[in-house]
Every structure is written in structure tokens, then in C-alpha cells.
Design a protein around this ligand. Structure first.
Ligand SMILES: [Zn+2]
Length: 460
């Protein structure tokens, strides 16, 4: 073997056992039994889990970060994947938007982003093209995308969605036919615009009123519509960053009726509430959708523990504090998103597993295995089995750490969980057999990450 991980408690979504793990040529070659190796890791007293899979991140192309007509999000494929590796994530799925002035089509966009990711990522990655022009040309590209191992698209029910719903239905139908999962951001644009305008007209445009500009009922109605489109199109629908009980109820009913609907939530909706917007620097906690009520937080936790929520992904979309707190911003223009990649797994472990809300196996399922299945990379990823990629995390359940923004790899420089006491962190992160993070030190080289070639979407 090239590497043996000795004596750890191996935890997968469905089992827990003590075994040595042998790794050869980047894959898991043996589980248990006698093995010798060039290198060994002593994992006694530690957990060994599949690397995290965060299928919703926003990492910027390096060539665009240096162009400066307006502020952009601040992490590229290097800093983003370094943070990921430190936090135990070994695969990221990045959203690829068309750039102004570039008319490349879906495959063209993906190729440009892939060149950038290939040069900079330290862990494996995949890409989701955002469909902003639901044209027949886009539909014609879908089979080529699927063949090239890109089996997802991202759609927003914002921007120009309402003007072209019928075209989007055709795109979603074609996606389903090609084994492509439609990831949908669900908020109702006309309702939000109406409310934003009214709040501004009434002088209620500061961050305290921000959550009222993007209410839960707007999210719920957009979720219902996305699901209805999925039903009409006979296509699976993946709701990104669902934030509230009202939308979760809608999704639950669809799942109960047998429809292929999957729900992702996002860390901030599990740990924070809209009270944050009462603070003078509340704008740093702005996301789309906004933080909600305590009862929504409770509903999402129930979905994590009892079912109904399938994945936890970050929507890592980091800005600097200056960009977030820019005093010229108001309701309708606050910058959405924040850094979250590095804390994804530790926070859910600490707040979920350690506090008895979810089991360790469920943690693995939510953070890795379900995403691997839905995005067509299981059991290459998201599993600990002979033949799977050796994407593994040696997890120390005893390490305590206080979250400090300035200590994070993200260029954001601040963290929304500043000062939280968290217990449980990775001590080793292993990507295809290479140790990329070891005892506080990042050892993975820039550009060693590879694109995961994905198969068709798999239902859970
Ligand atoms: Zn996003």
C-alpha cells in the first residue's frame, strides 16, 4: 500500500466499524486485514469519514478577480479549496455564470472555468453552469454536457425567469431526459421587487428590514412552482439553500407523493436567525434568502434529523467586510453570501452530532454521501469502500477551536460564526490518497485537484 490509516473508527452513512484502510494509487484498496505500507497514519481514537462534498460554492475565475470595475466575491479556486481541505471537504461543485461580454454557450463557459479550476484547485471539483438564456441552443448542448460528465444545471427563479418560464420548462424537461439534475434557486422575483420598492418608499431600507423584502411565502411559492415544473417535465428538482418551514412543507408534500424532489439547506439557516439584522453590522449576515425565524431553524433541524432535508451545502460566496458593510447598500442591493466552506463540517458535527440532534452516520450522509448520489459520483466519492477514491478525513472529535475570521483561509477576512466554540475538526484530509491537510498545515499543491467526471443523477 502507499498509505494505511490504522485503527480509526470508520463511519459511513450506513455503518460504523473499526478497521485499517489501505490506499493504493489514490483509491481504497483494502478494508481490514493485514497490510504494510510506505506511510501510515495512526487514527486510534479518531473517526475516519468520507471527505465532504459541497456541491454549492462560488469560487471566482482568477483572471476576473484582477479586473476591477466592480467588487467581486473574493475567493478563487485556490483559496476556496484550501479552506475546503482544512475543513474536511474534498470535492466542491462550483456555479459557473456567463460573464458579461462572453457568449460561449454552456460548454464554452464550462471549459473556461475548468481551465481555471484545473490550474488552481487543491481538491477535486465539478461545475454547474447557470442557465440564464433558456434557448433551444442551450437545450441542444445538454446531451453533450452529460456526455462530458457535467450532469447538473443551475436555474434562478430571479432575474428574467418570469419572462421565460415556458422556455425554462423545456430546459428542465430536456435536463431530466439527459440524466441532468436541475438545481433551482427558489424565490419569487415579482413579490420581492414589490416589497423592496415599498420598503424603500417608506424609508425602511436599512438592514433591519431586509428579511421583509424576501419573505418565506415568496420562497414557498417559488418552491411550489419549481416543483410543479418538475412534475410537468417529469424531471428531478434539487432545491438549493432552502431556508424556511413554509418551503420545506411544500417540498415534503411533493416527496410524499413520490416526486423526485431533493432539498439542500445551508449552514447559516441552521445557526442564525433574523435577529442578526438588528445589529449595526447586520448586513454582513445577508444571504439570499435571508435568515429566518427560530421556528424555521427548528423545522430545518427536524428535516436534517428525521428526513426532508437531503444535503447541507454552503453556498460559499465570500465578500470582504468592507464590501458587505458598504454604506451605500440598502434593501434591494445588499450583497448576498458569505464564506462558509471551512466551517461546514465542523459546525454540523459540533452543533448536530455532539448536541445529539443527528447521528454520526447521518452527518456523513448529509455532508457527503447524498450529494455523491444526487450528482452522479457515488460510490467513487461519498463512500468508504474498496475501489472508491481515497477521499478521507481523519476526524478528531476532541479538538476544540474558537472560530476566528482572521484565521480562516478565505479572503473574506471575517466569519459569520466569529467567537463560536466548536468541537471536532479534521487532523488529516486526504484527497485521492494524497494528504492535503495535516495537523493544521495545508500540504496539497495548487492545481493537483481534478475534475470529477460525473454520471447521471441518481435518485436517493
Ligand atoms: Zn449560490
Amino acid at each position: 500500500m502507499d498509505l494505511v490509516i490504522r485503527g480509526g473508527t470508520v463511519v459511513t452513512a450506513t455503518s460504523e466499524f473499526t478497521a485499517d484502510i489501505g490506499i493504493r494509487d489514490g483509491k481504497i484498496a483494502q478494508l481490514g486485514g493485514n497490510m504494510t505500507a510506505v506511510n501510515e497514519i495512526d487514527a486510534r481514537g479518531k473517526l475516519v469519514v468520507p471527505g465532504g462534498i459541497d456541491m454549492h460554492v462560488h469560487l471566482e475565475r482568477m483572471d476576473l478577480l484582477s479586473k476591477g470595475d466592480q467588487p467581486r466575491m473574493v475567493d478563487d479556486f485556490y483559496t476556496g479549496t484550501v479552506g475546503a481541505a482544512i475543513g474536511g471537504v474534498t470535492t466542491v461543485g462550483n456555479m459557473v455564470f456567463p460573464e458579461r461580454g462572453e457568449d460561449l454557450g454552456l460548454m464554452g463557459m464550462l471549459q473556461v472555468a475548468e481551465t481555471d479550476a484545473e490550474a488552481n484547485a487543491i481538491i477535486d471539483y465539478t461545475l454547474h453552469p447557470v442557465v440564464t438564456d433558456p434557448s433551444q441552443a442551450a437545450i441542444r448542448e445538454l446531451p453533450h454536457m452529460a456526455k462530458a460528465g457535467y450532469t447538473s444545471i443551475k436555474i434562478f427563479t430571479l432575474y428574467g425567469f418570469d419572462k421565460r418560464v415556458q422556455d425554462y420548462i423545456e430546459v428542465i424537461e430536456a435536463a431530466g431526459r439527459n440524466g441532468i439534475l436541475s438545481m433551482i434557486h427558489c424565490e419569487d422575483k415579482p413579490i420581492n421587487t414589490f416589497l423592496e420598492q415599498r420598503l424603500v418608499a417608506e424609508g425602511q431600507s436599512d438592514v433591519r428590514y431586509y428579511p421583509d423584502s424576501r419573505p418565506d411565502y415568496g420562497e414557498a411559492v417559488a418552491t411550489a412552482r419549481a416543483i410543479a415544473i418538475g412534475e410537468a417535465a417529469k424531471s428531478p428538482i434539487y432545491i438549493v439553500h432552502l431556508s424556511c418551514a413554509a418551503a420545506l412543507d411544500v417540498a415534503r408534500r411533493a416527496v410524499a407523493s413520490g416526486q423526485k424532489v431533493y432539498v439542500e439547506t445551508r449552514p447559516i439557516y441552521l445557526y442564525l436567525t433574523r435577529e442578526r439584522y438588528q445589529l449595526p453590522d447586520g448586513a454582513k449576515d445577508v444571504g439570499w434568502p435571508p435568515l429566518r425565524e427560530r421556528s424555521d431553524v427548528d423545522a430545518l433541524w427536524q428535516g436534517l434529523s428525521m428526513g426532508g432535508v437531503d444535503t447541507l451545502c454552503t453556498d460559499h460566496a465570500p465578500w470582504t467586510l468592507d464590501h458587505k458593510l458598504d454604506p451605500s447598500l440598502k434593501v434591494g442591493s445588499f450583497r448576498p453570501g458569505m464564506a462558509n466552506l471551512e466551517t461546514l463540517m465542523p459546525m454540523l458535527y459540533s452543533e448536530g452530532v455532539r448536541k445529539g440532534k443527528i447521528s454520526t452516520g447521518r452527518w456523513v450522509e448529509l455532508i457527503s454521501t447524498n450529494a455523491a448520489k444526487l450528482f452522479g459520483i457515488f460510490p467513487q466519492k461519498g463512500a468508504i469502500a474498496v475501489g472508491s477514491d481515497a477521499d478521507l478525513v481523519v476526524w478528531d472529535p476532541a479538538i476544540k477551536r474558537t472560530i476566528r475570521g482572521e484565521e480562516m483561509a478565505s479572503n473574506a477576512g471575517y466569519d459569520v460564526y466569529e467567537g463560536w466554540e466548536v468541537q471536532g475538526w479534521p487532523i488529516y484530509t486526504i484527497s485521492r490518497g494524497d494528504v492535503v491537510f495535516e495537523n493544521g498545515r495545508v500540504t496539497g499543491a495548487r492545481g493537483r485537484g481534478q475534475r470529477v467526471i460525473r454520471g447521471p443523477h441518481m435518485p436517493l
